[in-house]
Design a protein around this ligand. Structure first.
Ligand code: HEC
Ligand code: HEC
Length: 290
């Protein structure tokens, strides 16, 4: 209570009259710097309420006279990014694949675009690191079914393989040697032994030498006399350690008996030409491009 206020006998300052266990509080005014800062904050806050969106209303909020919104800023940012991209997209449109590959600025842009298009469209089948999985080729190595030049890759991506949507899709159908009754199970067993021997794996000698004859008669047209493969036919090499469907005997017997027929969509029908270009350059850059 004000009338009970007393002065502190040491400093001569009035006390607030509050007392805790004999300790009394001096009634000092707040420091001037503090007061000024406080007033400045009030002025700033009022200014902010007027200029910027600030107070929540029942279904809306005060807009502020500047008309600023976060959403508006994002739209503006996207507009600017699009404008920056447009410059490159126009250049990309005109450039051929080889020109893109040799122009560092365009290449950077195409690789970034290709990588993001890859993640959206291709990673489900070819893997997030493009390392592939059984039936879906690894795109990092230089082992190509259909060829690893820019033009080969572009063609494969544009038209796909063995789909029924694009008449120009890559096709070559390995016969189902068992289902189609071309070979007896024993002959398939022999030829599988021979394929094992081609890639340097241990195999049954007698069986493999019978298999060699079967191979010569049925397989060389596509896979080559030494199993070196044929990109015209999309036929994989059989003499290396890279296997699309598996290089153990069971997998080989399965492939020869029933064939596999991997299907790749025709991306030229799904994505625009510019995106296909960027994907081509990106896939080519992954390590195995020729
Ligand atoms: C539905 C699964 C699937 C998707 C999605 C897919 N692919 Fe494929 N891709 C395949 C299969 C299966 C093959 C192997 C075809 C064959 O056996 O001839 C293949 C083959 C390829 C090849 C040829 C590789 C070689 O060794 O010659 C390239 C290049 C390729 N894909 C790129 C892409 C790109 C780029 C995308 C994304 C735009 C993509 N693929 C999306 C399934 C897919
Ligand atoms: C008409 C061409 C053609 C003929 C003939 C053919 N192949 Fe194939 N072969 C292919 C193609 C194309 C593939 C790729 C598989 C796919 O995606 O369908 C393949 C795949 C394979 C694979 C899987 C390779 C891997 O990396 O997993 C094996 C093994 C194989 N063939 C063995 C044979 C044998 C053995 C014969 C003969 C008995 C034979 N092929 C005859 C075209 C042929």
């Amino acid at each position: 209570m004000p009338e009970q206020r007393e002065k502190d006998e040491f400093s001569g300052t009035e006390t607030t009259g509050h007392e805790w266990d004999g300790i009394r509080e001096l009634d000092n005014p707040p420091p001037r710097w503090w007061l000024l800062t406080w007033y400045a904050c009030i002025v700033w806050a009022v200014g902010y309420w007027v200029l910027m969106p600030a107070w929540p209303l029942i279904t809306d909020n005060t807009k502020g006279v500047l008309g600023y919104t976060e959403r508006g800023r994002v739209v503006e940012d996207i507009k600017q990014a699009k404008a920056a991209q447009a410059k490159y997209l126009v250049k990309l449109e005109k450039a051929n694949l080889e020109q893109i590959r040799t122009d560092p600025e365009l290449l950077d842009f195409a690789l970034a675009g290709g990588r993001s298009a890859y993640n959206v469209n291709c990673s489900q089948c070819h893997g997030s690191g493009a390392t592939g999985s059984p039936g879906f080729p690894n795109l990092n190595d230089d082992d190509w079914l259909w060829g690893g030049t820019l033009n080969d890759i572009s063609y494969t991506i544009t038209h796909g393989a063995r789909n029924n949507t694009d008449d120009d899709a890559r096709v070559s159908d390995m016969p189902k040697f068992l289902t189609d009754e071309i070979l007896e199970p024993a002959q398939i067993d022999d030829v599988a032994e021979y394929v094992l021997s081609l890639s340097g794996k241990s195999s049954d000698k007698d069986s493999a030498s019978r298999g060699k004859a079967v191979f010569k008669e049925n397989c060389v047209d596509c896979h080559g006399a030494k199993g070196q493969g044929n990109q015209e036919q999309g036929a994989p090499k059989l003499h290396d350690a890279i296997w699309l469907f598996g290089g153990d005997k069971d997998s080989i017997v399965e492939t020869v008996s029933f064939s596999r027929g991997g299907v790749m969509p025709a991306w030229g029908q799904i994505l625009n030409a510019n995106t296909v270009k960027q994907l081509t350059v990106y896939v080519h850059s992954l390590g195995g491009g020729r």
